[in-house]
Each structure stands twice: as C-alpha cells, then as structure tokens.
Ligand binder design. Structure first.
Ligand code: GTP
Ligand code: SPV
Ligand code: MN
Length: 593
C-alpha cells in the first residue's frame, strides 16, 4: 500500500517485536471495513443494534477497570526531564522503551496486527499531519475509521520519502491495569499504548497525537494544538464568526459546538455550525489572522445527558453508523439508553457491565445503567449542523477564544480579558471540578491550564511562553480572549445559568465585543457585560434580575483567594514561568486592592 521505506521498516520492526499471526493493512475500503465489523460481531466483541432504528450502529463494552483515560499512567518521555515539566509524569525514554519492550514482546501471538494509515486534518491541508497506528483491536480500527481520515489516501499524502509521520503502537494485551501505559515520546514522533482498550488511551490519533505530540510539534514549528471546539455563528447579515473554546474534559465542548440558538435568535436568523468538538490545530494564515482546522473526522462524545433537548444535533449524529461504548442496552428493541436520554429507563435492560436488570428499579435505587463516561463515536458528516467549511484545508479564521470550566463560585458567567497577554494569564488560571472522563475522584477543584493539563506534551511554562509568542506574531489580528462559566451555583447547589442553547446569549455578547458594538464594565478581573446587555428575553423567569447580578458578580474576597492560590500554583514552574504572567498576576492582585 506504500513504498515509503520509513513506514515499511518501522512496521517490520513492530511485527518482529509483537509477533502477530497475521498483518492486515487497512486501506479504508467499505468491503474491508464490513468484513471487520462482521468479524467483531461474530466473536462477540461488538453487537449489532436495531437495523431500522440505528442502522449501521454497533455496541461495545470495555473492561470494568478500563473506562476512562488514566492520567497517572500517562507519560511524556522527553529526553530531558525538564522538558516534560511539573504537570506531566516523566520517565527517561531509554528506560521506558526498555520497560515496555518485554510487555510488547510476542503480545500479538495468535492475533492479527492491523496497520492503520490516517490523516489528522483534511487530506492535502497544509495544517494536516499523517499518523500510522498499529493495533491488535478491531474496535480501534472501526473507531479510527470514524474519528480520522483513514486509509490508503493518507499514505498518498505522506509520499514515498517522508519520515514525518507519527508512529503509534497499541496493544490491548490483556487489559491489565497494573501494566497499563500510555506513553508519548515527543522527540521520536512515537506513541506506545498498552493494556487498555478505552477511547482516549487507544485511539492514538486523538489525545496522544493531536494534542500531546502535536502541541510539542506546534511549539517547535510555530503553531498551536489545543483542546478546543470550533464553531461558527452565522449572523442575520450572513457573516459567519468563528470561535474556539477550551473547556476541560466533560465540561461542555460538544454541547457548545452544536448548540441550537433559542427561538428569538433563530427567528432573527442566527445559526450555529460545528467545525470541531474537541481539538483545534491553529496556524497564522497569509492575511495574518489565526486559522483553525479540526484534525478529527468524528465525535467521541459523552453519552449521558445527551438528549433531544440538551443537544439535538449530537443525538441526531448518533442515529446511524455510530459505535456506542459502555452505555446501557434496551433489550426490547435492541437499542441504547443512558442517563438523561429520556425519563424512561428500559425495564428489560442490560447495564453497562453486562448485567441484565430491570432498568426502572435499578435507576430508582439510584444506580446507573450507563457508565458516566460512556461515549458515542459518530461521523461528523452525520451532524445536522456540520459546517460547510468542515473540510476546508485552510481552516476558518478565529475571532474569539473562550476558556472555561466547572466553577461553583468565584468565576462569573462571562468576562473578557484586557488583551492577549492577560488572556494567556486567564487561560493559565483555568481550574475546574474533575469529571468522569479520567479515572480518580469526581468533583474536586484542580488547576487545568487551557484545559490542557492532561494533554500538554511539554513543559507547561514553555507552553505559556509559546502562547505569548503567538500573541506577538498575531498582533492586532489576534482573536480576543474570554472566559465563561456555565456552572455557577446558588446557595442550594443549583446551576443558576440554564446553559446549553441559552449559551448563545453569551456568544452574542462575545461577538458584539469582537465587533466593537457593545460597551462593557471594566472590573479588576476584566471586562464584564453591563447589566441588561446579556439578552435574557424568554428566560426572565429563570434568570431574574437578582440571579443576573449573582451570575455577573465579582466577589473581591473570593478573587483575592484566587490570586493567592495562583501564586502557589505558579511556584512549581520556577524560573521558567514567563515574566509576563508573573506581572499579570501582580497586576490582578493590585487591581483587587
Ligand atoms: P470531552 O469529550 O470529555 O472533552 O467533553 P466535552 O467538553 O465535549 O463535554 P460535553 O459537551 O460532552 O458535556 C459534558 C457534560 O456537561 C454533559 O453531561 C452535559 O450535559 C454537561 N453540560 C454541557 N453543557 C452544559 C451547560 O451549558 N450547562 C450545564 N449545566 N451542563 C452542561
Ligand atoms: C476527554 O477526556 O477530553 C475526551 C475523551 O475527549 S478521551 O478521548 O477519552 O480523551
Ligand atoms: Mn476532550
């Protein structure tokens, strides 16, 4: 399928190491894919769902101990420890190769090795890059087919000579959590993943390549790889403004990327288009502006909470040719169910670990039918609001960058940074309550700078310096930087902001700020909407004047605590912390008095 000696030599080496019975090169043809689906169904690895209601859809369950990313077993193996920085696990690459080689030795005996060529980004895009993943899992092949541009064309793009491809080696081995490793070698363009079969650990094009390796490449090559959705807002005058947003895992990227504007906005002619829901690669264009592509080709989305009301477009995307992982089964009609899909858990259910249960009784006892991090893998082209620019190799020009997280208090609904440098500070200060997307406790507030804590492939302080550098290059063409918080709570622990489609009201304010058509209040933390400037038409009952005040409040005492906290957080970065960020923190502190 390719004459590229660099690819052929590497595949031979990996074959000699893992010793599969058979090697299959994935060309991406429908015929080959169908044979793999049939095989996965025949062996029980996957289950075919109702062909009328969910045509082409498959169901899969992972091991109970293998349901989320494992951050404590994820490593950045740069040659120098210094280059991984204090926010990553590090190990000397020689040591790590030596430790993992015996685990891979003969691991594919009795199995088939699949060689998957793929492109992250539209084939032929100047921003796109090629990867090759070797795996012993059909589930991985079928997911990579949805999530990337997979098949022989990716090799065509690579050419016969180039060595510029990311080498990904995955084996599910025996899914042993004690020997699970997700390892990036940024200087070698290499990823080794073993003993997991869960999404973010094994679909190596996604977090491992498109964020950890790519963020390192972007640093070296002068561009940015970010944990960001990309959306377009079409205004009544027909112009489309593009916005990216970085929220930590399971904090609302997919939902915002596909939002349906409230009635009033729809009537006025607003429309939202999805370019991406998780990752953005951004480069300065010939006109000096920042352009973004979505390197992915599908959505690996959180299932629970997705329904026709919260995210119609995501749900619609999953109605055909989708893979469901760790959701529940409705055995009456062989369809899927998860918490929040509707108020009708199926009586004749199989919960996510495989137990047959009465779903009504089960959920009445407070038990979950679907795993909180259960996911759908859906083709982007299924999405009713996918952007006409989705395949544009040049990407889309970005007007605004938004940061956000889950914050019960302190952070107001929205504010704008004073400039790029201050915006970089705001991004570095993102904290969020942890979610089920990674193993570990849920609901604990932790620092997650730019939503990249688990995904930055080099020293976080160098990454911030790179942000500052990009800002200098972009100059007055730089996008404006904002911060949002959909998760502020009242005294009773209830969310005060309705969220979802109503987030359009905040995007509206952001776009007006970009256009310079609306004023704002200058506060110590940044520019805030003037009272009444967030359009609350139709939700006045829920967001009363009093609630509006609370949503937009800047509590100086809480912010002083935040500043003290940031001072502590910054300490671990030592001399590497850019002076500009130190200055921003000092300025914020001074403004708070
Ligand atoms: P990853 O795929 O893990 O990166 O997650 P994500 O950032 O794409 O998060 P997603 O959009 O899937 O949302 C995760 C959870 O947050 C879901 O349970 C949603 O229902 C919930 N959520 C999303 N948007 C909002 C919002 O505006 N308000 C509230 N209250 N919840 C939201
Ligand atoms: C996330 O956790 O941010 C995800 C899901 O998007 S995973 O692919 O597991 O990383
Ligand atoms: Mn994500």
């Amino acid at each position: 399928m390719t004459k590229n000696q660099n690819v052929l030599k590497w595949v031979e080496e990996m074959k000699a190491l893992t010793k599969p019975d058979k090697v299959i090169w994935i060309d991406g043809s429908e015929e080959q894919l169908q044979a793999l689906r049939d095989e996965a169904v025949a062996t029980g690895e996957m289950q075919k769902l109702n062909e009328e209601k969910l045509p082409g859809c498959l169901y899969h369950r992972t091991a109970e101990n293998d349901v989320a990313r494992v951050e404590d077993r994820t490593f950045i193996c740069s040659r120098e420890k210094e280059n991984a920085g204090p926010t990553n696990n590090w190990c000397d690459p020689k040591e790590m190769y030596a430790k993992l080689t015996p685990l891979y030795d003969g691991v594919m005996k009795g199995r088939t090795m699949y060689v998957i060529p793929y492109s992250m980004g539209p084939i032929g895009s100047p921003i796109a890059k090629v990867g090759v993943e070797i795996t012993d899992s059909i589930y991985v092949v079928l997911n990579m087919d949805i999530m990337t541009r997979m098949g022989a064309d990716a090799f065509k793009n690579l050419g016969d000579e180039s060595n510029d491809f990311v080498r990904g080696l995955h084996s599910k081995a025996n899914v042993d959590p004690e020997n699970r490793y997700i390892v990036q070698f940024p200087e070698d363009n290499t990823i080794w993943s073993i003993n997991s079969a869960y999404g973010g650990n094994v679909l190596l094009g996604k977090k491992c390549f498109a964020l950890r390796i790519a963020s390192y490449q972007g640093w070296k090559e002068g561009w940015m790889a970010e944990h960001m959705l990309i959306l377009g807002v079409k205004k009544p005058d027909g112009e489309v403004k593009y916005i990216t947003a970085a929220f930590p895992s399971a904090c609302g990227k997919t939902n915002l990327a596909m939002l349906i504007p409230p009635e009033g906005y729809k009537k006025a002619g607003y429309e939202v288009f999805t370019v991406g829901d998780d990752i953005a690669w951004m480069k300065q264009g010939p006109d000096g502006r920042l352009y973004a592509i979505n390197p992915e080709n599908g959505f690996f989305g959180v299932a629970p909470g997705t329904n026709a009301k919260s995210n119609y477009n995501a749900l619609a995307s999953t109605r055909k040719n989708t893979i469901f992982t760790n959701v529940a089964l409705n055995n009456d009609d062989n369809t899927v169910w998860w918490e929040g899909l509707d108020k009708n858990p199926p009586e004749n259910a199989t919960e996510w670990t495989g137990k047959k249960v009465n779903g009504k009784e089960w959920t009445a006892e407070g038990k979950k039918l679907a795993h909180p991090n259960s996911r759908f893998t859906a083709p982007a082209k299924n999405c009713p609001c996918v952007s006409p620019e989705f395949d544009n190799p040049q990407g889309v020009p970005i007007s605004a960058i938004i940061f956000g997280g889950r914050r019960a208090a302190t952070t107001p609904l929205v504010y704008q940074s004073f400039n790029w440098q201050h915006g970089t500070y705001v991004g570095s200060a993102v904290s969020s309550e942890t979610t089920a997307a990674a193993t570990g406790a849920v609901g604990v507030l932790r620092h997650d700078p730019m939503a990249m804590k688990p995904f930055c492939g080099y020293h976080m302080a160098d990454y911030w310096a790179h942000w500052l550098e990009m800002g200098k290059k972009l100059g007055d063409k730089a996008p404006l930087i904002f911060n949002v918080n959909w998760f502020k709570q009242d005294e009773n622990g209830n969310f005060m902001w309705p969220g979802f489609g109503d987030n359009m009201r905040v995007l509206d304010w952001i776009i007006k700020r970009c256009e310079g058509t609306i004023d704002a209040d200058k506060t110590p933390i940044g520019y805030l909407p003037k009272k009444g400037d967030i359009n609350l038409e139709g939700i006045e009952d829920e967001v009363t004047s009093e609630v509006e005040d609370k949503l937009l409040a800047v509590d100086k005492d809480l912010w002083k605590k935040e500043v003290a906290e940031m001072g502590e957080f910054y300490k671990q970065f030592g001399d590497k912390l850019p002076d500009e960020l130190k200055q921003e923190l000092a300025d914020l502190s001074a403004r708070l008095g």
